[in-house]
Design a binder for this molecule. Structure first.
Ligand code: DCP
Length: 227
């Protein structure tokens, strides 16, 4: 048996474990949610590989993309797609796998936004789309539940200013509003792109303590919904 086929079978086998994908706008509080679940249950958390996006062999494609999206959008999003695929195909001994964002939101939200706003040339969008279509047709990417942290873009803007990530200094409220609309169209109105799994919406404008109380209350329901 080829090693590629062996790998695919192994990944398919791992699908017996529920996979939860956590989605939400930039600075919607995904990290707090992931930390809570990794502390309180037999859940293996796969965080978004932001450190890789900020340093690939000494280069920072995240910063480059924010500086000049027309030139570097494809570079960042190609690497995001690869690193998300790596996360999707990683296996775990834990009972449940929980991922921060997905290859789907990378394409349906971030690539889509670059393209629609005129910041990604059509040829770059076409190449990324070909890659995305090939991957999602040929690689098993199981998702059992999407948990959507639904926030007001103004909340995200406030939190973003507090965390002061250097690359994100130029992110405006308008940018967060556009990302919000794309998420709402995909996960709430369901008018834009296919849904890979059922969606659970959690209003997430509260402070961290309030959010942890909410996760506490909904923990069993969330874990059960993914099974
Ligand atoms: N990003 C991007 N393209 C993607 C995915 C993310 O340009 N396909 C950018 C948006 C942010 C950065 O990467 O500038 C990191 O994403 P988040 O801010 O959503 O990640 P956090 O881990 O900081 O999330 P949270 O604040 O919700 O914990």
């Amino acid at each position: 048996m080829s090693s590629a086929l062996q790998g695919k079978l192994q990944r398919d086998g791992d699908h017996k474990k529920p996979v939860i994908v956590l989605e939400g706008n930039i600075a919607s509080g995904k990290t707090t949610c992931l930390e809570y679940f990794s502390r309180t249950s037999d859940v293996k958390v796969f965080t978004q590989p932001v450190s890789k996006w900020r340093n690939v062999r000494g280069h920072n494609p995240l910063a480059l993309m924010y500086q000049d999206p027309e030139r570097w959008g494809l570079t960042l999003q190609t690497y995001v797609q690869l690193t998300m695929l790596d996360r999707h195909t990683s296996t775990t001994e834990a009972a449940v796998k929980m991922m921060e964002r997905s290859i789907f939101s990378a394409k349906y939200i971030f690539v889509e936004n670059l393209f629609r706003s005129g910041k990604m040339p059509e040829v770059d969008f076409a190449v990324l789309s070909e890659w995305f279509d090939w991957i999602t047709t040929n690689v098993s990417i199981p998702v059992d539940l999407i948990v959507y942290l639904q926030t007001d873009p103004e909340t995200c803007h406030r939190r973003l200013k507090q965390r002061c990530r250097e690359e994100e200094e130029g992110i405006t409220l308008e940018y967060l509003q556009v990302i919000h609309q794309l998420y709402e169209d995909w996960l709430v109105r369901r008018t834009s792109f296919p849904l890979p799994a059922p969606v659970l919406v959690i209003p997430a404008d509260g402070d961290p303590q309030e959010m942890i109380r909410k996760y506490e209350e909904n923990r069993e329901q969330i874990l059960a919904a993914a099974k």
